[in-house]
Unconditional design. Structure first.
Ligand SMILES: Nc1ncnc2c1ncn2[C@@H]1O[C@H](COP(=O)(O)OP(=O)(O)OP(=O)(O)O)[C@@H](O)[C@H]1O
Ligand SMILES: [Mg+2]
Length: 255
């Protein structure tokens, strides 16, 4: 792949399940090293699009390339360049955090699995917890481990399908920091979410999938410019419930 190819390029992608047309001509371009949030209601087709891009599902029509490789023509090359963390966590409860990472490193034939595991545990604030069985982890710790596992082998594109669903606000922040760290290291991240503030806080770009197409794609400022400027009103701003919750529980490290 050339350095100039976008991390992800999708042109007129279509997919139906039987009579149900889910993707009706999706166009999307994701620059390298960015975090893109794919927003859409339940059933909009977010997971379907991610499954096509990660070669788990074949599109009916259209073209998609990931890291410069065509998902239909070169699925092995695409798989070597990506990782996918699904809506359901892939961690094994019986194993420790470290054992989970070593297992993935072995499966991906990464040299020095132990060292890779230790470096990732440290990077995601799990060094202490690494020797404990994952069954004892909190939701936030599991998600961080999930994201750490997706990084084994240094994929250039990471797909995260609803990385923070079911997490409390503090754990969501921990997961966001982990995702931000990925992009800072040059990894491209495509994440799906239904949480608007997650997209707002985390993503460099936001794409909205609606009725089978990407209806909006741009930076938050570009999206804001789509609606008329609000008339200025002076009102006392009340803290949000999330701000109150975080203020009273504090931002302590729970690992
Ligand atoms: N294997 C399948 N067979 C038939 N229909 C499917 C299949 N997978 C998904 N669908 C349908 O396709 C549509 C899109 O599903 P998809 O899982 O891609 O949506 P989503 O945007 O990820 O939704 P959610 O926000 O709930 O995760 C839904 O109507 C769903 O019921
Ligand atoms: Mg989904």
């Amino acid at each position: 792949m050339t350095a100039r190819a976008p991390a992800i390029e999708v042109r007129d992608l279509r997919h139906s399940y039987g009579d149900l047309a889910v993707l009706k001509g999706v166009d999307l371009e994701v620059p390298r090293g960015r975090i893109v949030a794919l927003l859409g209601s339940n059933g909009a087709g977010k997971t379907t699009l991610v499954r096509i891009l990660s070669t788990l599902l074949r599109a009916d029509a259209g073209v998609a390339t990931v890291d410069g490789h065509d998902v239909a023509a070169s699925p092995a090359e695409v798989r070597a360049a990506i990782s996918l963390t699904g809506q359901l966590s892939a961690v094994d409860d019986i194993l420790t955090g470290r054992e989970n990472l070593v297992l993935v490193a072995r499966l991906r034939r990464v040299p020095g699995p132990g060292g890779v595991a230790d470096a990732l545990l440290a990077r995601f604030g799990l060094a202490e917890a690494g020797a404990r069985r994952v069954g004892t982890y909190s939701g936030g710790m599991r998600r961080r481990l999930d994201i750490a596992m997706s990084l084994v082998g240094e994929p250039s594109v990471v797909f995260l399908d609803e990385p923070t669903t079911g997490l409390d606000p503090e754990a969501r922040r921990e997961a966001w920091a982990a995702v931000r760290a990925l992009a800072d290291g040059g990894t491209t991240v495509l994440l799906t979410t239904q949480t608007l503030d997650e997209a707002e806080r985390l993503a460099d770009r936001i794409a909205i999938l609606h009725e089978g197409r990407i209806i909006v794609d741009g930076t938050l400022d570009e999206l804001r410019a789509l609606i008329p400027a609000p008339t200025v009103e002076y009102v006392e701003r009340q803290p949000t419930l999330e701000e109150v919750f975080l203020a009273v529980v504090g931002g302590k490290d729970r690992s």
